[in-house]
Every structure is written in C-alpha cells, then in structure tokens.
Design a protein around this ligand. Sequence first.
Ligand SMILES: *[C@@H]1O[C@H](CO)[C@@H](O)[C@H](O)[C@H]1NC(C)=O
Length: 1000
Amino acid sequence: MRFTSRLLALLGGGTAAVHALSGRPSGLLRPSERRELLQDVVTFDNDSLIINGERLFIYSGEFHPFRLPVPSLWLDVFQKIKALGLNTVSFYLHWGLLEGKSGDFHAEGPLAFEPFIQAAQEAGIYLIARPGPYINAEATGGGFPGWLQRIEGKLRTNATDFLDATNNYMANVGAVIAKYQITNGGPIILVQVENEYTEAVSGVVFPNGYYMQYIEDQLHEAGIIVPLVNNDAGPEGNNAPGTGIGEVDIYRAIAYNRYSDSYPLGFDCANPATWPSGSIPTAFRQDHLKDSPDTPYLINEFQAGSFDPPGGVGFEKCADLLNMEFERVFYKNNYAAGVTLFSLYMIFGGTNWGNIGHPGGYTSYDYGAAIKENRAVDREKYSELKLEANFLKVSPGYLTAVAATNYTVGVYNTNSDIVTTPVLGSNGSFFVVRHADYTSEASSNYTLNLPTSAGDISIPQLGGSLTLNGRDSKVHVTDYPVGSSKLLYSTAEIFTWQTVANETVLVVYGGPNELHELAVVGSATGSIVEGDGITFQSQNGSTVAQWTTSTTRRIVQIGGLYIYILDRNSAYNYWAPELGSGAIIVNGPYLVRNASVDGSTLSLSADFNKTTTIEVIGVPSGVTSLQVNGQTLNASANAQGSWTASIAYSPPTLDVPDLSTATWYTIDSLPEITAAYDDSLWPNANHTNTSNPIGSPLKTPVSLYGSDYGFNTGSLLFRGHFTASDATASTLYLSTQGGEAYAASVWLNDTLIGSWAGNSVAASYNQNLTLPALTADAAYVFTILIDNMGLDENYDVGADEAKDPRGILDYTFASDITWKITGNFGGEDYADRLRGPLNEGALFIERQGYHQPDPPLSAFTTGTSPFEGLSAAGVAYYVTNFTLALPSDEWDIPLSLVFTNSSSSTVAATAPYRSLIYVNGYQFGRYTSNVGPQTEFPIPEGVLNYNGENWLGVTLWALDSDGASVPALNWTIGATPAWTGREPVTAVEQPAWTERVGAY
Ligand SMILES: *[C@@H]1O[C@H](CO)[C@@H](O)[C@H](O)[C@H]1NC(C)=O
C-alpha cells in the first residue's frame, strides 16, 4: 500500500523506536499499527493517546506564536497554561508571514517559532503542530501569502502550481517540526494536516485525497513520524482512517449543531446572557463512532471564546458569552461524549499586530479566552477551567471508561428536567448531569440512583436532595480510586487529589449552599479535622459524609484520606503544581507557575495581585524552608502540618508618560497631494492583464490590483495622471475594494473629492465622485488611498476568496489615465526583514521607515500633536519618544494605549479618522474611529522597552474635508500589576530608522 511503502522508505533515517511488523500485509494494519512501524512513543487505540506507555488525557489550548511577537513572553503564557492543569498546546503557523516572497522562507527574531517550541518544552507542555499550509485562523489570507493571488490553479486542490507553491514552506516548517518531535526528545506529539478541509463550492472535486496526501507526503518527507491528525469542521468523515488516499491517522470527528467546527454558542457576543436553544451537541459520540471508531475521540478545536467583527461589541462581551457557565455545561458535555484529546480555541488569543488579521476582525485577537490579550488570568473562566482540567489529570480511569451514545432521562436521576450521561469504567465511572434544557436558569432538585460496586445506591443516602443551580453541570463519580482509598461515590466535584508527604489529600468542591455527599469504601470512621457541619454514617460498606457547601473550609479524615471540602470560589484559589513525579497543593496565590525542591528548600514561582496568605499542603519530607520568587518566607506550620506564610502586596509607584503633555514631532504623510510631489520613482501600474483569476478579466485598462505588483499588505496608494479632455468631465466613477471596514479617499491634485469612511460590512464600494471644473488640456493627478484590512480567508475550497483583489476594481472617466501604484516599500522584497513582510503599508512615513525608532526628526516639525490634528483631509504622522523605568523583573505591568472618544459611545462623534499605532517600529494597532469597536490596544512588554527609550508613532488619516483630530490618547495600566515569578522579558529587536535607498 502506498502509505506504508512511503513510511518504510523513511525508516532508513535511523529512528530508534522502529517496530517491524514483519510478514503482515500492510493493508490489514490499523492506522495505529501502521504508525507504530515508525515509532512507539506516541501510540493510540480507540480509547486514548498513549505517550511512552502511559495513557493521557490530552488537554490542550490553542496559542499562536505569531500573535505575540515577543519570544521571551512565550514561557509566561505556557506556564499559565500549565498552571491550569493543561498538558498540551496546539499552534498554527502563518505561511504568509514566514514566506512573504515565494522561495524566501524567513523565520527569525519575532517571527521565529523554534523558541516557541523550546519554551513549551521548558514549561512541560506537549505540542500539536498545525502548519497548514491553510489555517483559516482569522488571519490574513487564512494563512496564505498574498503572492498566491497570482496562482492560476485553485487553492487547496491538487493543482500543480498550487502544490508547487507549498513546497518550500512545508519543507522548511516540516524540518523544524520533525526536529522537535517527541521521538527526538522534543515536545511535539501530533501534527495536523491542513485545517478545516470540510467545504467546497460546487464544481470542485472534494474532498480531494490527492491534495491531502501531497501535504502528508511533504510532512513525511520532512521526517515527521508522529501521528497525523486533521480537523474536519463538520462530521463529514473527510480523510478519516479507512477513506483511502489522503487519510490521516487520527480523525477529528466533530458534530456541529449550530455552527461548523465546534463553536456551539456561535459568535454573537452582543447578548452574552442569551444562550441560543438547540445548540448543545448531542450526537458527538454517535458521530465519532460512525466516522472513526478505531481512533480516540479527538476534538481539535472546541469553542473557548469568539472572534468579534469590525463594529462588534468587544471581547469582554465574548468572554461573558463563553464564560465559566459555558465551560461547565459544554465542556462537561464533551467529557460525557468520551473525548480524550481536547483542544480549546483559543486559550490565549493575542494580537493581530502588523496586519496579520483578516478583514473580519480587528487588532485585538483577545477572543474572550481564558488568558487575556494582556496575559492577565483574572477571568473566572480561567479558574473554572483549572478545576476541570486538574480533575481529568488525576482521573486515569476516565480514559478507558466508555461513554454512552446518548444522555438518559429518569435512569440515573429522578427529575425529568435533568439528564445524565454515564461514562462507565472499571477504574471509576462518571455521570455527567445537566439540565435537559441546558439554557435553563432554574434551580432543580434531584436525587441520584447510581450503579456502584456495592449495588445500585440512591443518593443522598443521608437524606435531602442535590441541586443543580441554573447553567451548571456536574460530574459525579463512582468507584473512583484516590490513592489507596476508593470513593464509592462523590456528588461533590473533585479538583485534585495528591498523595503528599505520606498522606492522601483530596480536594472537593460544590456550588454555593449545595448539599453534597461522598462515601469512602471501608469501615474507617470519619472525623472532622477543621470546621464543623459534617454528618458521618456507615452505609453499604462505606463511610458516608454529608454537608452543605459553605465559604468556610472543612477538612475531614476518613482512614488515610484527608478531604478538603470547599466552595467553588475558594477552590479557585488552589493550585496543584507538579513536583518531580508528585505534586503539592498550594492555596492562595493569584497564579502558581511551578514548584521545585532543592535540598531542604521548597521554591515556588508564583504571582500575587493582592496581599495573600499562602498555604502549602503536603510539604515534602525533608523540606525546611520555603521560597517564593527567590525570597525566603517566614512560614509556620498549621494544625494539619501545612505551611502558611503571608505575602504583603505593595507595588511600587509606576510612572507611565502622559501623552497629553508629551512633545510630539509631526510630518505630513501624504505629500503626494502637494503640487511639487514627484512620483517618478513609483512603480508603473501597467499590466494589461492580471495574473489573478478571481479578478479576471480586468474591467480597467491596466490591472490596479495590489498583488499584481507585489503589494499584499497594508494600505495601497495610486497616482492617476491625466490630461483633461475638456472642461466638462465632472464625474469619476470608482469601485474600490479593501475588505470589511476598509476606507478610501480620493484627491484631485490637492483637493479631496470624496472619501468612503467605511462601515462594518462593506468590503468594496462604488462611488460617483463629482469633480470641480477642470481646465481643458491641463494636467491633473488623482491620488487615491485605499486601506487593506487583510486578505480574505479561503474557507470554501474552490471559491479562492484569498485571491479577492485589493485595490481599484473598476472606474469610468472621460480622459485616459496613466497609473502608478505603491504599497509597502519594496513589496515582496520588503524593507524590514526583522519585523517581516506584513508590518508596513503604503503611507509615505511607512515607505520611508519613519515608523521605526529614531526617525530623522530634522524632517519633522514640533508644535502640533494628534490632539490638534488636521484641519483638512490628509494623513499626518506624529511621533514621540519617552523613557520607561519600570521594575519589570519583579512586576508584571501590562500597558495599553487607550483612545478616548468625545462621546461615551465607542464610535467617535468627531469627524472620522483612522490611526495606525507604531511602537518601536511594530504596528500594534489599527484604530477606526467610526467603525470600532476597539479603543484599548495592549502593547506587550518587549515591544515596549520597560527600561529604556521608546518611540510611539500615530498616523492620523482624516477622511473628511474638514480634517480630524484624536480627542484623547493615553497610556493605561491594563491589569492590576502582579508581583511575578515569570522570567525577565528580553525586548525584541527594534531596528532603528536608516535611510532606505530608493525610497519614494
Ligand atoms: C488530482 O485530483 C484529481 C481529482 O480531483 C485526480 O483525478 C487526479 O488524478 C489528481 N492528480 C494528481 C497528479 O494527483
């Protein structure tokens, strides 16, 4: 079989873990067995992934290196993911950012991704690599480089020119991924082929296994031997094992109810308290068994936030829609379906800096994720996720338990408003309870009737009833091993358990004032160690404890088991960092990154955003001192032998510059409209045909598409020279395209003849522009500025939407026009190698490189600021420099730039304008005053120098003839500063301005 022979051809590479399955026809091998021909480090069966012989719940979150261009901050995010109890991160790579010119792969500085992989490894995180070549990802072109607009063949098919175009990128990223596979000691355990290869327009052969196979062959040829997975965005079974050419090793079989992929609550953040009905997946298990019964149940992307479009409501509302209640009800519904490889999209969203976003979004890619764009972890959904992930981490019995194919009413519980899905195992069983109407906000009482090793038991045994409060879901366990003890059942949910310092500590929690009960198998008597209000009784060969949840902690001892009984909000303060092969439990800090023992010292790396009493439960034997972030604490042992210590929160005074009083230097960034301007160095727009099949045939005498001239990113500028044929030619019909929320302005010589200020939906716009009276036979020039909000994604195969041109689609005018065009200086031979191919657009100051640090201020004037602005349509650039001296080695201080409008609305009441924000040469914001919604732009440390000089540049494109000004813009501290255990941040390289030879 072609697959196996190709794999066998790879075996010459000296893979240590090769198993020869001699004599067996390869066609009879299951996918897992075929893969084991190459390596036995990552294997799987229909239950779970097995790594180095150990079954693991792969709990993953998505995090993109290209959305945080500060490599020294990657470890910080990985540690925050690890602290949740997650063990894996899934990441895309962006082809267009790494190969801005065909054949020129460049992945260095902020674009490097090897340090991302190394940081994951340092944090103890596995990786799922998703290099595309197509990623979607709300990224420009869906990850495709703009030069693919000049490819004749259909994208994402086996068209030869498209396949050829992928070779260089795939060989380069494939080699790095191969190098860091777990089989070579690296963290990469799985590699995803393509992404969301699920839908096509009619008339295209789909799915085309030859295309998928081509990508798989590229990965194999690069030396990748770990299992290949896909991400089918619907239960189509595309490329599932057994489908023949192009099949993957592990299929991602996901049912969708409302939306493709698995984004059940959708993307309408406007009404975050409203859960649409009919959205909870109920067929996940059946679909998985239909599509891919021999592989473990993988969900490569499950909703963990939402994107938000231009003119949207902002990501805080998305975080509200996809909040802790959503996590409880919907994530637990997935556990009920037996998922064992589960990845959340996104766990950290980051920023669409430097034009990497698509037109359907804006600069922030916060996504309403558990970790905010400014890296703060103060959303409640972060804490809820920590409870769930830690539970699965200590529940190996779940991995081999068998999920029911559907929920039941009336079998395991009494109240028909509540449904229960059993996941039955020999090493613990799991009963997932939710409201039948999952949108219900009712409080419903119920009792359970659960099968246990002591027979069917009606719970609670000691009287009373359980309660499900509104949008909640619970996992009740039976016959659940906890160290050398066993829970016959627990209605309280488990955060973690650890055998620490020779005793087993179990931490359980419940919602406010809920009745809970658990039973420990055996005859040991129960006693209260801390607190009161616990009832004990012997029943069915076990010791039963019952209580009502309170904000006061209780600790009980039953035999060798110490049970910490918490309410959910208190449980949020607990952490279970790994410690060698064991763990400790830490109560108190805002964040616990990791723990280690060196000799007699226990060291914690942790963050604090308020005065905190820290409690260490299960201090390892032999340890006599406690350090936090390198400081030795005065710890004392409490009655349980746990250590407590107090940490005072006293942030230093943090000085950030006041932009309202700053000295600004300004320069005209639209000199093109002045009479003296000379555009002789500009590229001629003279292609009489286009290479872009989507924009073909041309409606204009020459192509006026950016990509035909290598301009794929940022704004476009056109110069149209003509000689007036007569004095009556008074209208220019103009059709422009720049993607949703784009804008365009047109000048005749120095006079604005019209702007399209944009709205949230129009990707293109047709205008009839009335010209002033012309003088016959006189020479004129149009200057046309068109914003490009990024290239469209390419979701439906065959539509080739990533080729939708940017620029002028059509025009009508009485005189012949001779055109010139520019985008970023150099086009695909981009000027700023370090910041990459997408960071700059066509504006004069961008072409000259004045957005970089230390521009030639002799060319600037002082005395006007963005707050004074422009009194006529045009583009100005304002720059200021300032020094920061912030104590960033010990303090994590997220800074943001905030535009304040003159009205309380997010949309300016003042004349419309657009601003680009440049911080030390990195474009870190695209502000649209009249579309929004983003007004706060987080700027990460490392792009900002927290100890040194900084350059902030702001463009002002005034769209109205009366000009515009920025009402207010200033720095703000975007989260409570934390005394931090993170590694010091190294600023990313910030090349300063140097004269650009040939710049115009
Ligand atoms: C390309 O795909 C088509 C199906 O669309 C298939 O018939 C053809 O053989 C493939 N060509 C190659 C070279 O793989």
